[in-house]
Design a protein around this ligand. Structure first.
Ligand SMILES: [Zn+2]
Length: 586
């Protein structure tokens, strides 16, 4: 069977935008929530366990309808970002869901408030809902009284949330000026960053200099916003909620132990010289004496080789089937059920993703397939996500989706399998080089860069309490970069303002390490696969099939992985070292 590049069908969700089924779903969800509100007086520590489980399932029914509506709107938007009817639908759904959430909040508050001895009876009967219910209760020691929680919520609207909104408003209206081909251009940040990835060295430098010229002009204000957010994080999470450190508030959300995160960051820091070796190699490829920070994302001349879509589909499916027959069959379902939008069209959102709406539904995959070797790798990546969801389809709507640290496991693993297969078959040196560079580039961006952001955040949170000024924070950031790049990369002074241009550290402190966690985990798993072959596979399938039904550390411990051990994390870096060795030989 040959596959063609097509748009997807969303019929499994709803037949169309104006369809009666869509309107009926809004009404059904409204009724679900009204029914759920009625259970409130029944909630009590002594209530019947069976009734408790019925109530949990009632809330799952509502969540299922909400997810269907939400995914339909998101997928329709990705397929055509210019469609006004879709934009209106998204706004309507967001408003609707926010209101419903407030009306159902009483359940989680009651549940967290139970004593451990009271909750035990319910948890024992909860089956596959257990981890979902346990996770809510993890926050119990850090939850305040209802009155205090309400004050924090209210004050956040005009406090921390207002500050992050202000940060967004300020930085999103920046206009950047760049001289291109003799003409002056006024650009958005997104448009400016295109030149950073462009092939003209002088424009790469000028684009970065302009980016930080504009940010630096507002550094006093942006730095002040950051200081206030850091103090707010401390006041709430350490002073009031009694978390032991600023980062541990985030760790609990990811359900990853503090020691594991510390080990990850420490091992990451120690491996900075590995990427420095890679940057020296990249300088050589670009025929530069030394790589400038401006050239980090400079493209190498791409090989001209392209892969027809049906050939790519065939290669990716064969690679999955070669690993495990079930993987091949599951990936094929995405094609056969027309859940893939692979076309390049005007108005379609760029990039790629995989969206899993409900456990029993085949996920939807978006690609913008253009036939380069990295487009084939992206296909394998997104189908890997789809396989992960389908292997976990026997779990509940609350527990089938992997948690953040495990979310990139099957995708990155699938991509690596494909690359290995292509490297074994591919005779064209340029194609081999493209694929290896892509892997190390990605590893840099997701592992090393994010690790050093997290290290800076830890330092900055400590410095702000010690009353550090904005300039002192910028100086610390420059030192952080110098440690990361060593002598391998020439660093302009203006990069000391990079941190005030990173929304993540403002909006969701310490979020960034999860990227490094996920990517290193997969590299380590892949190394185990290469060492053990067949014996590794059942363990791997078990990790994926667990979905989000257990804590990441527990799922991995059952597969013999200790995320607190240095050796485990180092294993991931050793794989990258092997890739750089291969590149040095090409
Ligand atoms: Zn992914």
């Amino acid at each position: 069977m040959t596959y063609k590049q097509t748009a997807w069908s969303l019929n499994d969700l709803f037949p169309g935008l104006g369809s009666p089924e869509l309107e009926a779903a809004f009404q059904a969800l409204e009724k679900q929530v009204a029914d759920f509100e009625k259970v409130r007086p029944e909630l009590g520590a002594g209530m019947d366990v069976e009734r408790f489980m019925e109530i949990v399932q009632l809330s799952e029914q509502g969540t299922r309808l909400a997810r269907k509506l939400y995914e339909f709107a998101e997928l329709a938007f990705a397929a055509d970002t210019q469609d006004q009817a879709v934009q209106t639908l998204i706004a309507r759904i967001q408003q609707f869901l926010a209101e419903l959430e407030n009306r159902t909040l009483f359940f989680s508050l009651w549940w967290k408030d139970l004593a451990d001895s009271e909750a035990k009876r319910f948890l024992e009967a909860a089956g596959d809902y257990r981890y979902y219910l346990e996770e809510m209760r993890h926050f119990k020691p850090h939850t305040l009284s209802e009155a205090e929680e309400k004050i924090i919520n209210l004050k956040n609207v005009t406090g921390a949330n207002a500050l992050t909104t202000l940060y967004d408003s300020l930085t999103n209206r920046y206009a950047f000026k760049l001289e291109v081909d003799g003409g002056a251009k006024e650009l958005t940040r997104g448009e400016l960053m295109v030149y950073v990835r462009g092939s003209v060295p002088d424009l790469r430098a000028k684009a970065y200099q302009e980016l930080y010229r504009v940010f630096a002009a507002d550094s006093a204000v942006l730095g002040q916003i950051y200081q206030a957010l850091v103090r707010d994080w401390r006041n709430e999470n350490l002073t009031m909620r009694h978390f032991p450190s600023p980062i541990s508030a985030r760790n609990l959300g990811n359900d990853v132990p503090d020691e594991a995160v510390e080990t990850l960051l420490e091992v990451g820091r120690r491996n900075a010289p590995l990427f420095q070796r890679y940057f020296r190699l990249k300088a050589k490829m670009l025929k530069l004496p030394r790589l400038r920070r401006y050239d980090l994302y400079a493209p190498l001349a791409k090989s001209g080789k392209t892969f027809a879509f049906d050939r790519a589909a065939e290669m990716v499916l064969a690679s999955f089937a070669g690993f495990h027959p079930d993987f091949g069959k599951l990936a094929r379902r995405v094609f056969d059920e027309n859940h893939m939008d692979s076309e390049v069209r005007k108005g379609k959102q760029s990039g790629a993703f995989c969206a899993s709406a409900l456990p029993e539904m085949t996920p939807w995959v978006k690609l913008n397939y253009q036939g380069h070797a990295d487009d084939v790798a992206t296909m394998a990546h997104e189908l890997g996500h789809a396989i992960h969801s389908m292997l976990a389809a026997h779990h509940t709507t609350f527990t089938f989706h992997p948690s953040l640290p495990l979310a990139e496991t099957a995708s990155t693993f699938g991509e690596m399998m494909l690359v290995d297969r292509l490297l074994a078959e591919e005779k064209d040196k340029a194609v081999r080089r493209d694929m290896l560079f892509r892997q190390v580039d990605d590893a840099y961006a997701t592992i090393m860069r994010q690790t050093f952001f997290a290290l800076f955040e830890k330092q900055a949170h400590a410095m702000v309490v010690q009353n550090a000024s904005v300039d002192e924070l910028a100086a610390a950031y420059l030192e952080n970069l110098k440690e990361q790049f060593g002598e391998a990369v020439e660093l302009g002074e203006e990069f000391k303002w990079e941190w005030i241009s990173i929304p993540h550290i403002y909006l969701t402190p310490f979020y960034v390490y999860a990227y490094a966690f996920g990517q290193l985990l997969v590299l380590s798993l892949y190394q185990q696969f290469k060492a053990e072959g067949e014996a590794f596979k059942p363990r791997y399938v078990k990790i994926l099939a667990a979905g989000g039904s257990e804590a990441p550390a527990k799922i991995l411990a059952e597969a013999g992985i200790d995320i607190r051990s240095e050796k485990f994390w180092q294993g991931g870096f050793d794989v990258i070292s092997g890739l750089v060795d291969q590149l040095e030989k090409l």
